[in-house]
Design a protein around this ligand. Structure first.
Ligand code: FDA
Length: 300
């Protein structure tokens, strides 16, 4: 871990909220659904697709999950009413996965039903390794009733190629990402290049099997590798899409769009923006460096 990033990560909780908000505003659409709709409109005008994410995860009381479900239902209505080119992504811990998996699955079903009624796709974000099995279980259970649900596999997990084989067998729609949580070496690759190699292999395995793949990265090395695989396999434009986070590598995003590729931007919004930003920054101290860079750039 870069010592400077570690220091920044530890210091973050003491950084004034206003400053975190200023830096986070690049990565978060805002507090309200209206903010999110505005951001997606802008992205659609730039020929980008979007994914709405209602902020909030790891709830303490099950009662908190009701509001999250209601907000997702409102988000689905807003996507349909405003004719946005967008889908949604859901974190199961925000629906109470760690408190009551069975009720969490009921909540998830309500969201999927609402989405199916509007013809909108739902992706289940993948969280830390303590919930990987339960998350996949929820996916496979919902997959029986709808093909409008997708999952995420993390390239840093050693198990992911096995999970990909299972996903490929049912031609699941899969987002492949490196993985953002801190995981131990027994279950997760730690080296930058071995994670990249596994990412590349996962994308190829899934594309060869005919799965729709969301290539979620800002790493140009991986983008080039994926483009080479797509060319080699002679795939059409709807077999895959690139996915990026709001506020990150807009240059790369625009280049891919200009070259005719589908690019989807992940748009988080909600009142939990502060907790979300701090958690993200602390979980991955490498990102904490971006806070400092953000502050310095803004200071100029
Ligand atoms: P890497 O971290 O090497 O970044 C490459 C370059 O991109 C950096 O050098 C930097 O320039 C820029 N960059 C990356 N992140 C930045 C940031 N936050 N701010 C500024 N610049 C940044 N993870 C997970 O565990 N479960 C999930 O469900 C998801 N979902 C998801 C969806 C989408 C659309 C994306 C893009 C990512 C995720 N992730 C995720 C996060 C993912 O696992 C990973 O942590 C980040 O994408 C960073 O990895 P990169 O592949 O971008 O490479």
């Amino acid at each position: 871990m870069n010592p400077l990033n570690a220091v920044i990560a530890r210091t973050l909780p003491f950084v004034p909220r206003g400053i975190v908000r200023r830096v986070a505003s690049r990565y978060v659409a805002g507090e309200t659904l209206a903010d999110a709709v505005e951001t997606v409109r802008r992205l659609n005008a730039e020929r980008c697709l979007a994914t709405l994410d209602v902020l909030g995860e790891d709830v303490v009381r099950f009662s908190e999950t009701e509001e999250t479900v209601a907000e997702y239902r409102r988000a689905l209505d807003a996507i349909a009413e405003n004719r946005l080119d967008a889908n949604i992504s859901v974190k199961l811990t925000a629906l109470g996965l760690k408190l009551d998996p069975a009720r969490c699955r009921e909540h998830f079903r309500r969201i999927v039903d609402g989405a199916a009624a509007q013809g909108i796709f739902v992706r289940i974000d993948m969280e830390d390794s303590s919930v990987t099995d339960e998350t996949l279980r929820t996916y496979y259970e919902s997959g029986r009733t709808t093909d409008r649900v997708g999952l995420v596999l993390q390239a840093y997990l050693r198990r992911s190629r096995d999970d990909a084989r299972r996903a490929a067998a049912v031609r699941a729609s899969v987002r492949v990402c490196k993985g953002i949580y801190v995981e131990p070496p027994e279950i997760a690759y730690q080296g930058r290049q071995e994670i990249r190699d596994n990412f590349d292999a996962l994308v190829e395995d899934l594309l060869v099997a005919g799965s729709a793949v969301g290539i979620a990265t800002h790493d140009e090395w991986l983008v080039e590798k994926a483009l080479a695989t797509i060319t080699r396999l002679k795939l059409g434009r709807d077999a895959y899409e690139f996915q990026m986070l709001l506020g990150v590598r807009g240059d790369l995003r625009r280049r891919l769009v200009a070259a005719g590729h589908r690019v989807r931007v992940y748009v988080p919004y909600g009142r939990s923006w502060y907790a979300y930003s701090l958690r993200r920054l602390k979980e991955n101290p490498a990102i904490a460096g971006n806070v400092l860079r953000g502050l310095l750039r803004r200071g100029r």
